[in-house]
Design a protein around this ligand. Structure first.
Ligand SMILES: [Zn+2]
Length: 301
């Protein structure tokens, strides 16, 4: 596992992954880094598999391909295209739309879109850590931009709760965002509990729902909104997120808004560690939830 690919250099990436075998060999080393064990019976002895990227159990004869039981399984594109699509998605600071990706890699837009959804799901699993310390909290509406209605109307928009670790001196830690049903105190309280550790201290504006949560005993420092100065780092992120959504993805339906929020959070929280994103997503894909033997047999043999 010493020769993992790190970095975001497209030329280096292209040199390293030129054909299907390059990608399969890469995944082979990751999948069986701890040696071979049959997924079905646990036997550690093997005989020759169907191809050099299969391993067959000596005992039960179950023949497993390198892609089997991973999120790369059953794709409608080659593993080479999937690698390049994945790399392009994660190496660009702001990501790419599925239309752009489809053109660059040479697949149908729907195929690119479906694969991106898998990448986003892998990103979600990594953005679930609760925020700690001093945390700025605010809410906003996303979608359906209507003139003269900047308030908290939910008619055509989705309600989103946001939280950002405030490290002092203008420095920020991790961010989390969650689609919520409405801006009532009960709903916001659940959102806060989902995203933020109980020991954290919250900073909010004086919106009535926060005042109610504070009255109920939560440790909250409430300041005047004052055009955003009190929660300035968080407001900056709200603007960045909306610009990113409009600029990269143009629009998104309410149904998928949470996956876009998760993608943004993942990118933001990894902003100082971008070179390792490729492998962290690959590892997620390789360690997908194991399936039943019936599934394995139906799909992989
Ligand atoms: Zn076996």
């Amino acid at each position: 596992m010493d020769d993992l690919f790190y970095g975001i250099n497209a030329i280096e990436f292209g040199k390293r992954f030129r054909c299907q075998a390059d990608c399969q060999a890469y995944l082979y080393a990751i999948k069986w880094k701890n040696g071979y064990a049959c997924k079905f019976c646990g036997c550690r002895d093997e005989i020759k598999g169907r191809t050099s990227f299969h391993r067959r159990c000596k005992d039960c004869r179950y023949d497993e391909s390198v892609l089997c039981n991973t999120l790369f399984e059953g794709m409608r594109m080659s593993i080479l295209k999937a690698f390049h699509l994945l790399f392009r998605t994660i190496s660009k600071k702001k990501g790419m739309s599925s239309v752009e990706l489809a053109t660059e890699v040479g697949v149908q837009q729907k195929t690119a879109w479906k694969f991106k959804l898998k990448i986003k799901n892998a990103m979600v699993q990594q953005s679930q850590k609760k925020l700690e310390g001093s945390v700025q909290v605010d809410e906003t509406l996303v979608g359906g931009y209507s003139k003269g209605n900047p308030g908290r109307s939910l008619e055509t928009k989705s309600a989103v709760l946001l939280a950002l670790e405030d490290l002092g001196d203008g420095k920020t830690g991790n961010i989390r965002m969650e689609v919520i049903e409405d801006f009532s105190a009960d709903i916001i309280k659940i959102g806060i509990e989902n995203m933020i550790a109980e020991t954290a201290t919250l900073k909010t504006d004086k919106f009535k729902s926060y005042l109610k949560i504070k009255k109920d005993g939560k440790d909250i420092e409430t300041g005047l909104s004052n055009k955003g100065a009190f929660l300035d780092q968080l407001h900056k992120q709200i603007m960045c997120f909306k610009n990113w959504l409009r600029g990269t993805h143009h629009s998104c339906s309410a149904q998928y808004l949470q996956t876009y929020l998760d993608e943004y959070n993942f990118r933001f929280n990894r902003r100082n560690n971008r070179a390792s994103i490729f492998n962290s997503i690959i590892f997620r894909f390789m360690n997908a939830v194991p399936k039943t033997y019936a599934d394995l047999k139906a799909k992989c043999v």
